[in-house]
Design a protein around this ligand. Structure first.
Ligand SMILES: Nc1ncnc2c1ncn2[C@@H]1O[C@H](COP(=O)(O)OP(=O)(O)OP(=O)(O)O)[C@@H](O)[C@H]1O
Length: 671
């Protein structure tokens, strides 16, 4: 304790007596005051005994003094103010009585001895309580704290104290300081109070640049991990809140995906941003188990990490693909599905998706018939397209394409959820980031905070960088439907332990039986793009089928990373066959084919190859996919490039957003 050395110094210098006196000194003034009042009462009696005028004067003085004390105490705490006023009222009343009737008359001596001692002691106790824990006197606490953090002129107003939360309104000196100064001081306030950075937050007033509310949550209520025990509302609607964890005051951490015109909210796309070990995987499971347990939604899932975290949920997805070509095809399909869905919603007079759109269309107001009689069309469930570890996919897709998808998806009843391995601008461009305004920001590198969260939320005290990977599942959620005052409030998602696996499997089976399946419009557009690669919601077996898709390496997946040799190819040029070169036969030891005899035969062979890709569900191809094929058939890659171009002219292929990559138009379905 800080008084300790002082104590020793005093005691060694003046001996025990002096030491005790020094300790007692601060407690003497109330007793001296009681003695002084006793003397004054006696003296006054000598002067004013039996004087009616003095009686009136003394009584009025006592009342005035009490009033003055009450007024003077307006800046201190209510407790101190009352204590002072009662002391002054009691002292001055006794003094008036003693002056007029004599200090030894009636109950006055008893009142003096007992009342005086009690009042003096009450002040001693107050002082002891104030100093025994080494804290500053209460009346000055705010002041010294604010002084310490450079906000000396700020005033603390109405303060609300809840069990683990203090909310104090703060007013800064007009013209001198702004809410930004408080934002900058937050970390110093946390330091002065010996609390973690996330325990102190500031909610600036919307109406004033120098007012706001300082919120201090001293105890971290999220410290104990909470295990996931099942979805919050199985069989509910996707429009009901999705509960993914809790806030630090115990209230549920909820998000919404579909738009809600009544709440002035559009359909939302989410970014899940967090560093390695921040609990992204479990956060995704929280959100997915909520989504998949709702009855009017389908999920498309792309996961380059081979469903490491999501395997138990596989049967519940409408379509699940790994990275590489699988994702490429899914993104292509998504681009076709979105306008098809928007068209259907429009024809059925939905300005945006709502629960009514998910059921059979029996309402004439939502009929697609010209005569406005109920059309009975099958309903269209909401759709979530989830891209796990999406940096590569988004980069390949390009900013414009992604921004377009994100914009149009909203009116198609589609939400995108994108998770990033590292939340930073080298993973995702500024404009792509801007297309995903809703975010679940988990722990990250402090330098990446600005990517994860809007500046205003960081200014309010949100610091996911302070968590890193030490607090898995801790997150800030910034999204429509959430009170903006909550944005800087930490929450924590629930943990998925091994016990959760069987529950997730049960949930997936439940979803297969009771959840929505894709409507004819969505499924039709998906099949028209992806052919047999699109599965529709089913069992895990559907995934097993997909795993027969040949493994693609990263370069094959992304047009921007195409082999430079291919990038230089002019597909217009009618290039020579490879058998004239010296690299043709047996290059990969797969000399199993034979060179076609005529160009017509070669073209037929090429068409058969496209059919084969389609049958395998490889719906996006480029020259590189034909490498082995070229070797087997002794044809060159430039020749293949030219044929690809030709097939596009014939309508068998369509160009994708990535140069050098083509989408196979399924042979049996119109594009
Ligand atoms: N909400 C949570 N509460 C408590 N512990 C959690 C929570 N979420 C995750 N964890 C634990 O934190 C650890 C890291 O979680 P996880 O692997 O999900 O992180 P991640 O961000 O997905 O990491 P990576 O990017 O490396 O896959 C795991 O041991 C997990 O059990």
């Amino acid at each position: 304790m800080t008084h300790y050395p002082a104590t020793i110094t005093t005691s060694t210098r003046g001996g025990v007596g002096a030491y005790l006196l020094s300790r007692a000194k601060p407690h003497l003034p109330p007793w001296l005051a009681v003695g002084g009042i006793g003397l004054a009462g006696g003296g006054a009696h000598l002067m004013w005994a039996n004087s009616a005028g003095a009686g009136v004067g003394l009584t009025l003085s006592a009342v005035a003094l009490t009033g003055a004390t009450w007024w003077a105490g307006r800046e201190t705490s209510t407790q101190r103010r009352l204590h002072s006023a009662i002391t002054v009222a009691a002292g001055s009343a006794w003094m008036t009585g003693a002056a007029l009737a004599g200090p030894l008359t009636g109950i006055l001596p008893d009142a003096y001895l007992m009342g005086g001692a009690v009042l003096a002691l009450s002040w001693n106790v107050r002082m002891l309580l104030r100093t025994s824990d080494g804290t500053a006197p209460a009346g000055n606490a705010d002041k010294s704290l604010l002084e310490k953090v450079g906000l000396a002129k700020a005033k603390i107003g109405k303060t609300e104290v809840e069990p683990n939360r203090v909310t104090a309104s703060l007013a800064l000196e007009g013209g001198e300081q702004t809410n930004d100064d408080v934002a900058r001081a937050l970390v110093r306030i946390a330091s002065a109070l010996d609390l973690p950075q996330s325990a102190v937050r500031y909610q600036p007033s919307a109406d004033s640049a120098r007012r706001g509310e300082l919120v201090i949550v001293p105890k971290d209520m999220l410290g104990e991990p909470e295990e996931w025990e099942g979805p919050s509302l199985p069989g509910g609607s996707i429009t009901d809140p999705l509960v993914i964890g809790r806030y630090d005051d115990g209230s549920p951490l909820m998000v919404w995906l579909p738009g809600d015109p009544d709440a002035g909210r559009n359909a939302q796309h989410f970014l899940i941003a967090g560093g390695t070990g921040s609990g992204k995987g479990d956060t995704a499971l929280n959100l997915q188990t909520e989504i998949l347990s709702r009855k009017d939604v389908i999920v498309w899932m792309s996961d380059p990490k081979s469903f490491q975290d999501f395997r138990p949920l596989l049967p519940a997805y409408d379509w699940a693909v790994e990275g590489g070509t699988g994702t490429e095809v899914m993104v292509e399909a998504l681009q076709q599905v979105i306008p098809a869905r928007t068209g259907w919603l429009g024809r059925h007079s939905y300005r945006q998706w709502s629960t009514a759109a998910a059921v059979t269309q029996t309402d004439p107001a939502h009929s697609c018939r010209p005569d406005r009689t109920a059309c009975g069309c099958e309903g269209m469930p909401y759709m979530v397209a989830w891209m796990e570890e999406a940096a590569n996919t988004l980069r390949a897709l390009g900013d414009d394409a992604f921004t377009g998808i994100a914009q149009e998806a909203r009116s198609a009843g589609v939400s995108l959820v994108v998770s990033l391995q590292r939340p930073s601008y080298d993973q995702m461009s500024t404009s792509t980031r801007a297309s995903l305004p809703s975010v679940i920001a988990l722990g990250c590198d402090p330098r990446d905070e600005g990517f994860s969260l809007p500046e205003a939320v960081i200014d309010q005290g949100a610091h996911p960088g302070a968590w890193g990977n030490r607090k898995p599942g801790y997150c800030y959620v910034v999204a429509g439907g959430i009170d903006p005052d909550r944005y800087a409030n930490p929450g924590r998602t629930r943990q998925f332990t091994t016990q959760a696996v069987s529950l997730m499997e049960t949930l997936a089976q439940w979803a297969v039986r009771n959840g929505a399946s894709a409507d004819p419009i969505t499924a039709g557009a998906a099949r028209a793009t992806a052919g047999g690669a699109y599965t529709g919601r089913g069992t895990a077996d559907t995934y097993e089928e997909q795993t027969t898709v040949p493994e693609q390496d990263d370069d094959q997946a992304h047009g921007s990373q195409l082999d430079p040799e291919d990038a230089a190819i002019d597909p217009e040029a009618d290039l020579p066959e490879a058998d004239q070169g010296d690299d043709a036969p047996g290059l990969f030891g797969t000399d199993t084919g034979r060179k076609p005899n005529t160009p017509a035969e070669a073209r037929k062979l090429f068409a058969a190859a496209l059919d084969e890709f389609e049958a395998d569900g490889v719906m996006v191809v480029g020259p590189k996919d034909f490498m082995d094929w070229c070797d087997r058939n002794k044809l060159s890659r430039p020749w293949v490039s030219a044929r690809l171009k030709e097939a596009a002219e014939e309508g068998r292929l369509k160009p994708t957003a990535q140069s050098g990559r083509w989408r196979i138009v399924p042979a049996l379905t119109p594009a």
